[in-house]
Write a protein of this length. Structure first.
Length: 246
């Protein structure tokens, strides 16, 4: 059995007790699509807080005044340019957990993003070829963007790119995404995933160890011949969108 100590140093497995309980609930075949969406949102929120706490740092900003007229030093964060990169389609279920109000409460007031500034969202479409299980890219929205509201000029890439993908099975999709983001010009990559297979996590972590950190809520040992994690979570995309996989 793989332990956290057996994983590469750039793989972090959360030990948050609430996260572990929610992951257990998400595994259940009895969970409805509404439950699955809510649990993925909640797990992404907790895991995102933990991951970003290790990936960004605070720094003194300019002076400002409170409503009573007292001066104080503001707090900023670095790196200034960040972006979210959900892997289609199941990665879409994690975006709201990093940015907005829960999808199962459409009339709730939005809660703030993890970041104190606007964060652009780029989409990357990758699917596994059924026979070889190798990743194939079919959509890439890594265009230039104004990642810093104080500097509206387009940037070719964010300093920190955050990959959102609920499952890391063989690790092939993560490796392909990391390669694409490096070519785009990202200086650091943070991968946030709900569940990973031990072998797949090792594969992904070895692609760019000095520039990539991977955060997961849980680790399973086995992968089936069809590339699914055992016991796993099933096909998260199908569970989110009520579709039947090919």
């Amino acid at each position: 059995m793989t332990t956290v100590a057996d994983l590469p140093a750039n793989v972090r497995v959360s030990s948050h007790p609430c996260l572990q309980a929610k992951l257990s609930q998400l595994r259940s075949a009895k969970a409805s699509a509404r439950d699955v969406k809510a649990l993925i949102h909640e797990i992404s929120t907790i895991l995102g807080c933990e991951a970003l706490a290790s990936a960004i740092v605070s720094a003194p900003g300019p002076k400002e005044k409170t409503p009573l007229g007292f001066e104080y030093t503001t707090t900023d964060i670095h790196p200034k340019t960040m972006s979210l990169v959900p892997i289609l389609r199941s990665g879409l279920g994690m975006v709201d957990g990093m940015l907005f109000s829960p999808p199962h409460r459409p009339h709730a007031l939005p809660h703030p993003s993890h970041s104190p500034r606007a964060v652009p969202v780029h989409h990357l479409g990758l699917y596994r070829e059924p026979t070889t299980l190798e990743p194939v890219e079919y959509y890439n929205n890594l265009s230039s963007h104004a990642a810093d509201p104080e500097d509206p000029s387009p940037n070719s890439a964010s300093s920190l790119a955050i990959i959102l993908d609920p499952i890391i099975a063989t690790g092939g999709t993560s490796v392909a995404a990391i390669q694409t983001l490096r070519e785009w010009g990202a200086q650091r990559i943070l991968v946030i995933s709900i569940l990973g297979a031990a072998s797949g996590l090792k594969h992904a972590a070895e692609e760019w160890p000095e520039g990539t950190e991977i955060w997961v809520a849980g680790v399973d040992e086995e992968i089936t011949s069809g590339g699914m994690i055992k016991p796993g979570l099933g096909d998260v995309g199908d569970r989110l969108f009520l579709t039947v996989g090919k």
